[in-house]
Design a protein around this ligand. Structure first.
Ligand SMILES: Cc1cc2nc3c(=O)[nH]c(=O)nc-3n(C[C@H](O)[C@H](O)[C@H](O)COP(=O)(O)OP(=O)(O)OC[C@H]3O[C@@H](n4cnc5c(N)ncnc54)[C@H](O)[C@@H]3O)c2cc1C
Length: 348
């Protein structure tokens, strides 16, 4: 049995803690705020899990594996938090041909969708869609609560809320009060704040999201609607459907900007971006949808590749300094890698 210290109780930390506890290891989760923390990146009504990654066969195969883990987590935690509604990606005929090719090579299903079958959604001119039936909407907050409940009841797991971490070394975590926690393996999963504790360097992004309530006459249609991506004026917008207690959410990379801090000034920063997002051609009859909330959220990308990164910064320490925009769905893949290292006793 190894002792694993996990810094951060977002999706990455919690999924890894569950994997390690199930494998028979002792786990300590160190979180600077409450557990789960509503200020974590993971805390939201929903997140998309896309299996099909057009033009990325390996990435598609990896996400198919992550999807299987999510199904397993759902049965382990005995809570419904995966809405298997699928995800549609819009594209030109060329892009769709490549998407089908990726799906075939990765061995995952995909079917064609014509825009007319999703009348409330506006597709960019000249595009139609590819439906990824393995894609899903993850009810993020519901998962976080279920995971914390399971971990809190596990005899080999200790949750440490209100426990800020100030430093990391090989086989050790230094708490803000100076105490040192020893561990055979450490995962630093502090979301966009990880880079403050460990490398490698990241670029911080702030994105604005708008939550909408559909008009009553469309409620039944939206109840089984899929997520839709690559829509909006320049194909950079996406929507997540309402359902399971969540609202309809829209966002776009067009309202994503590089920032240097996770402390925005909402009065100055948020409104113009929300206005820009609401002006995007995403929904037919957009004026019938009630704006319920606007929120900013941060994520980090690797300063060199622009993507996610899981770095081994000491023999015993992994750092998830950059999660990218798909870090929620991909969390089981991080857990698998950490668990592999711990089980191989490479770090113990
Ligand atoms: C707008 C937006 C939309 C997104 N959409 C999707 C999507 O549709 N699908 C998808 O898969 N992904 C999506 N993502 C990405 C995904 O949400 C994140 O990659 C993921 O939630 C990160 O989880 P995490 O556990 O690594 O970090 P977090 O959830 O941020 O958790 C980190 C935790 O560490 C704690 N912490 C930080 N520093 C310390 C410290 N020093 N000591 C102790 N604790 C500390 C924090 O308090 C926090 O609770 C989106 C991100 C954004 C911003």
């Amino acid at each position: 049995m190894a002792t694993v210290a996990v810094v951060g109780a977002g999706v990455t930390g919690l999924v890894t803690a569950i994997g390690c506890a199930r494998a028979g290891h002792r786990v300590r989760v160190l979180e600077r705020g409450p557990v789960p923390n509503p200020a974590s990146t993971s805390s939201d009504q929903h997140r998309a899990l896309r299996v099909l990654r057009p033009d990325d066969v390996d990435g598609t195969a990896r996400m198919a594996e992550a999807r299987r883990w999510w199904a397993e987590l759902e049965s382990l935690l005995r809570k419904d938090f995966v809405r298997p509604v699928g995800v549609v990606t819009a594209g030109t005929p060329d892009e769709l041909e490549r998407a089908f090719d990726t799906a075939a090579q990765a061995g995952v299903p995909a079917t064609a969708v014509v825009p007319g079958t999703l009348p409330p959604v506006l597709f960019p001119d000249g595009t139609s869609g590819v439906f990824d039936p393995g894609g899903a909407v993850l009810l993020a907050d519901r998962f976080l609560r279920a995971a914390v409940g399971w971990l809190a009841a596990h005899p080999a797991v200790t949750l440490h809320p209100d426990c800020p971490v100030a430093g990391i070394g090989d086989h050790q975590v230094v708490l803000a009060d100076g105490a040192v926690v020893g561990a055979d393996a450490v995962l630093v999963a502090g979301g966009p704040w990880t880079a403050g504790l460990t490398g490698p360097p990241v670029v911080l992004h702030r994105q604005t999201m708008v939550y909408l309530r559909p008009p009553p006459h469309l409620a039944a249609w939206w109840a089984s609607a899929p997520g839709v991506g690559r829509i909006g004026a320049d194909g950079r917008a996406w929507l997540l459907p309402p359902g399971g207690g969540a609202l309809l959410k829209i966002s776009s990379d067009a309202v994503c900007r590089e920032v240097t801090t996770t402390n925005p000034d909402p009065d100055r920063d948020r409104e113009p971006w929300a206005g820009r997002l609401l002006a995007e051609p995403i929904l037919a009859g957009a004026e019938d949808y009630a704006v319920v909330a606007v929120r900013d959220c941060h994520y980090a990308t690797d300063a060199v590749t622009g993507g996610p990164v899981l770095a081994r910064i000491h023999p015993s320490v992994w750092s998830r300094s950059a999660c990218g925009g798909s870090g929620f769905g991909a969390a089981p893949l991080v857990a698998r890698e950490i668990l592999g290292g711990v089980n191989d006793k490479e770090c113990v």
